[in-house]
Design a protein around this ligand. Sequence first.
Ligand SMILES: *Cc1c(COP(=O)(O)O)cnc(C)c1O
Length: 638
Amino acid sequence: MSGDPSLYPCFLGPYAENDDLLESLVVGFLRDHVYWRRNLHPEDAPAIPTGANRRADYIDFESRLRRELHSLSAALKRSVPFHSPRYIGHMVSDLLLPGLTAQMLALPYNPNNVSADAAPVTIDLELKVGLQLAAMVGYVADPAREDCAFGHLTSGGTLANLQGLRLALSLKAFPVALRAAGVPLPSIPDDDWAAFNLLPGASTALFAQWCAWLASLPAAERTPWSRRVEAARIESLGIAGFFAKHAALSVPRVFAPATAHYSWSKGMKMLGLGRDQLQLIPGKAMRLDLDALEEALHGCLRDRQPVLMTVGVLGSTEFGTIDPIDGLADLRDRMHRDGLGMALHLDAAWGGYLATLFRDTEGGLRSADAVGAEFARFPSAAVHAAVGAMSRMDSITIDPHKLGYIPYGAGAFLCRDQRAIALLSEGADYVFDQAGGDDFFTRHRQLGRYIPEGSKPGANAAAVYVTHRVLPLDYSHFGRLPAQSIRNTEAFIAAAEAFVARIAPLAHALIPFAPDSNLVCLAMNPRGNHDLATMNRFMRQLHRALSADHDRPLQLGEHFGSITTLKRDTMGAADTARVLEALHLPPDALDDTDDERDRIVILRHTLMNPFLLDENGASVYIDGYFDYLEKRLAEAFR
Ligand SMILES: *Cc1c(COP(=O)(O)O)cnc(C)c1O
C-alpha cells in the first residue's frame, strides 16, 4: 500500500509543490482572456481613459479594494486545511488542477448555463459531462441513440436528489393524466392504479408515444389535446388537486435506508409530499436491509399504498457503506410483477466516482479479481455486484465536488433515458422538440427549462468537463484517485488495528463496521467507563481538538477529523449488541428517550487525500494521528 507517483502533477499539493504549474496556467490564460477582449473590436478606443488610474477617486477605490482583499485573505487563513494530509475529516480534499484551472479560466467569460444563448460553449460541455458520467455508471451514452441517458449538473447532491424525486413523480403521474384526458393510445392502462404503477421505463415510452401521436395530428388538433393533458397533470393540479380527482390513489411514499442523507427529507418537504411520506428502512450493519424493505413494500401492496421510489445509497455520507443495489433492482422487478411499480434512484453523491475503478478503458465492467489485484480487501463481492447494478437504477446522483475533487457547486443528476427529462420542462412546447427529431445536443440545450435552478455557472461545467478529459473515467486514469483513496483506507485500517491493541490498557476501541469504501470510523470508550453519556462527552471533546477552530491559530491544530454517531436504527439489533459489548457498555445503554443516550459518538475519517501515503507505503500523517489520539487518551486519564 503506497502512494502513486502518477498523481504528483494532479494537485497544487500539500506544500503547494506545483505552484509554478498553477501560476503559469492561471497567468497565461488570464492574458489570453485580455487578448480576447482587445481583439473583439481593436478599433474601439479604450472606454476607460489611459490616465484614469491617476484620478483621486480611482486611487481611493484601489486602496479600499486592496485593504478589503488583504483582510479577506487574512481571514481565509483560518479556513479548514482541506488540502493537507493532516485533514481526514469531511468528504473533501485538495482540488484537481484540471478542474481548478478550467474553472478559473472560464470565470471571467462568465457563461450562464441556463441556456445556449447565454453559454454557447459551456452548455455543450455540461451535456457532455452528463454523457461521460453516464458511461461511467454503465448507462447508454451514445447521443445518437433515442434511449441515450441524459445528465446535467446541479449545485450539489441535494438538488440532484430533488431532481430525482421530481422526475419520478412526473413519470408516475403522467400516465394517469393521459387517461384522465382521454388520450386514445392503446398502451395506456385502463385503471388509475395500474397507470400509477407503471415503471419509469414504461412511462417514458408512453410519453414518447404521446409526443409522436400529437405530432401526427393535424395542426389544429394539437393544441387542444396538449392543453387537455397539461390540465390533468400533477404539475398543474398540485398534489391536493391531483389526488382529489383520483380516489383510487393516494400520496405516494418514498423508501430510503436509515443511513440516507438529510437531503431526502428536504426534498420531500420541498415537493410538498411531506416528510411523513419518507420512510426510513432500518439498516443492517449500516446497509439497506432488503428483507425489511420487502416487508414494507408488501404492506403497501396490501394497503394499496402507492410507492414513488426507493432510494439506494452507494457510499453513505457517514460510513461510506454501499447498499445491495443489485438486490434492490431484483426486488423492484419482483414487486412490479406483483403490481407495485416504483422508481429506483441511486444516491451516489459520495461514492459515484468509485465506479471509475470498475470501468476498463473500453467502458466494460472489470471483474472483481481485476479490481482487487491492487488492494488487500477491496472490493467485497457485494460491492462489485452493487457497482455492476448501477445501470439498473432509473436515476443517479453523483457529486463531482466530493470524490471528483472539483471545486464546490458541482453536483450531477443522471437519468437513464433522455426522453423522460422533457416531462419536467416549463411550457408544453417540449412535445414538439421531442417529436422533432432534433439531435441530442439541440434538444437539450435549453437546460433552464428542466433543472431546478435557473442561471448557473458555466465555469463549473468547464471544470468537470476538462477534468474528465484529462483523466478519463476509467480505472487507468481517473480511477488512480479512488484507488489511492482505497489504499489509504487499507493502510489506515491496519494502523487503527495496531492502535486498538496498543491502547487496550487505556480504552476499549474498535472499528465498528468494516467499510465498503474509504470512510473509516473508530469508537473509543475509556477503560472502566460504563456510561454512554460520559463516553460521548469524551469523544466530543476529542473532536473539538480535531476541529479547525475560528478563535485559534490553525497551526495549533495537529490533525483534523470529524465525528458521527451510531444509532440503533442504522446498525440493526445484532450489531448494536456487538458494538456495545466491545465498548464495555451495558446492553441497554442506547435508549431512545434522551438525545445524548440514543447514539454513540464516534470518530469518522475520510481518507481521500492523494498524498497520505509515501512511495514506500509509510505515512507520517497516519502514524502521527494515532500517536496524537494516544496522547489525548493518556492525558484524559492521568
Ligand atoms: C453529500 C451528500 C448529499 C448532498 O450533497 P450536497 O452536494 O452536499 O448537496 C446527498 N447524499 C449523499 C449520500 C451525500 O454524501
